[in-house]
Design a binder for this molecule. Structure first.
Ligand code: FAD
Length: 404
């Protein structure tokens, strides 16, 4: 049997949550970070099913890490929110940028490795067992013991499953199709628009369908998908069939679902009461729960890294690894406030109990003056705030650095 290696901190999963946690620890506690280990099952660049939309909230997280995203992207200047025949548009320069996750995550991983931190790629976690002094991890390559394990291994988290964390509900379903596009013939490409179409709520889907222009390996494409949060257990409409609704929506865009390459993956959304920590274990990103309103997860996963770094530093200072402070710390942090705010809005909207009210809201949003639209956008961290420190604010004070 191979020797058991000991590390103070092991991060399982090298997506935005795991990589941002490593980077925050490197900034906050460089000595501690030098001995951490990050385990990633795949090798970079690795595929990750996603819409690839990075909002201003995501840019803010990158700035906090002192990182500039020099990866190919499509910059969106106009966000359209549709409900049936009603829609309202919000324009803002670089309101969102659409990236390829394989490139984005690989660039984040390069930044982690450039700081001298240990990353084992191609090493999959197979089992996790709690011991009185920490967690024993069994991987495809060997055995480890860690004082602290950070589970950043996504919506289907193995750490979560093996340690039998509770609250298995709160899982959304998403489907996606990529298709090549002729930019000259696609108006939303020409106008640099991203569409969020909530019309599927009327078919019993508790989410929206998206239309994002993007580049895939340099070729113009459309990234289209549908998100069903399943947040409202007792909604007045019977639950719709996701694939069927998506197929109809794609047909309106001249895409035959039977001919398209359909892919699906879950996203876990955050619930106030969900179990997110145990002695010696913290959950992050999709393993803990992200945004229930838009299934936005990249920025939230990265922000988890900041809260986790605070909790881990406090634990090593006090030599108390119970992590009973993690939930209150998260709920006090802007991350927790935003997650709860978006979940409350998702519950209200996707329950679809008062359809005329939402029609009225869409009309009001359409006719609202720009400062009002901006204030609501900033409150939801979809647009930058107007004052430093407000939600959605990009802290320009943090210097960026190139990844490539
Ligand atoms: C179809 C779809 C569209 C989406 N669109 C958007 C969008 O446009 N914008 C947005 O912000 N969010 C979007 N999201 C959500 C976003 O993709 C996730 O919230 C985000 O990736 C969460 O990051 P994470 O680091 O927690 O997990 P992940 O990105 O899933 O990373 C987990 C990592 O852990 C690794 N791993 C898994 N198991 C193991 C194991 N046993 N051992 C070792 N490593 C392991 C994986 O290989 C992976 O690298 C979308 C999600 C889906 C499914």
């Amino acid at each position: 049997m191979s020797r058991v290696q000991s590390h103070p901190i092991i991060i399982v999963g090298g997506g935005p949550a795991g990589l941002a946690t490593a980077l925050h620890l490197a900034r906050r506690a460089p000595a501690l970070a030098q001995n951490l280990l990050l385990l990633e099952a795949q090798t970079y660049p690795r595929p990750k099913l996603c819409g690839g939309g990075i909002t201003v909230h995501g840019e803010e997280q990158l700035a906090r890490l002192g990182i500039r995203a020099a990866v190919p992207s499509f910059s969106v200047n106009r966000l359209v929110f549709r409900l049936g025949r009603r829609e309202f548009a919000v324009t803002h320069p670089a309101a969102m940028r659409v990236i390829q996750r394989s490139e984005f995550d690989a660039a984040l991983a390069r930044a982690v490795i450039a700081r001298g931190l240990a990353v084992h790629t191609g090493e999959r976690l197979l089992d996790a067992i709690a011991t009185p002094t920490g967690i024993e991890l069994h991987t495809s390559h060997g055995q480890y013991h860690a004082r602290v394990v950070i589970a950043a291994d996504g919506a289907n988290s193995v750490v979560r499953r093996k340690l039998r964390f509770t609250s298995e509900d709160g899982v959304a379903r998403l489907l996606r199709v990529l298709s090549p596009v002729n930019p000259q013939q696609e108006p939303i490409w020409q106008t640099r628009t991203a569409v969020f179409d909530f019309s599927c709520i009327e078919q019993g889907i508790q989410g929206y369908a998206w239309d994002f222009p993007c580049y895939v390996d340099g070729e113009p494409c459309m990234n289209r998908g549908i998100f069903d949060s399943r947040i409202a257990a007792r909604a007045p409409l019977p639950h719709g069939t996701l694939k069927h609704t998506f197929g109809d929506w794609l047909a309106e865009r001249d895409i035959d679902l039977a001919q398209a390459q359909l892919e699906g993956h879950p996203v876990r959304w955050f619930q106030r009461e969900a179990e997110i920590a145990r002695p010696h274990v913290l959950l992050a990103g999709d393993a803990a729960g992200v945004d229930a309103l838009f299934a936005e997860g990249i920025s939230y996963a990265m922000e988890y890294g900041e809260v986790i770094a605070e909790s881990v530093c406090a634990a090593f200072t006090r030599q108390d690894f119970s992590f009973t402070d993690y939930r209150p710390r998260l709920l006090r942090h802007r991350l927790g406030r935003l997650l709860l705010r978006r979940a409350a809005l998702a519950r209200a909207l996707y329950r679809h109990r008062y359809p005329p009210l939402w029609g009225l809201f869409w009309r009001l949003a359409h006719y609202s003056p720009r400062p009002v639209q901006r204030a609501i956008g900033a409150w939801l961290a979809v647009l930058p705030g107007t004052r430093p420190g407000t939600d959605g604010q990009s802290p320009a004070a943090v210097p960026g650095e190139s990844w490539t």
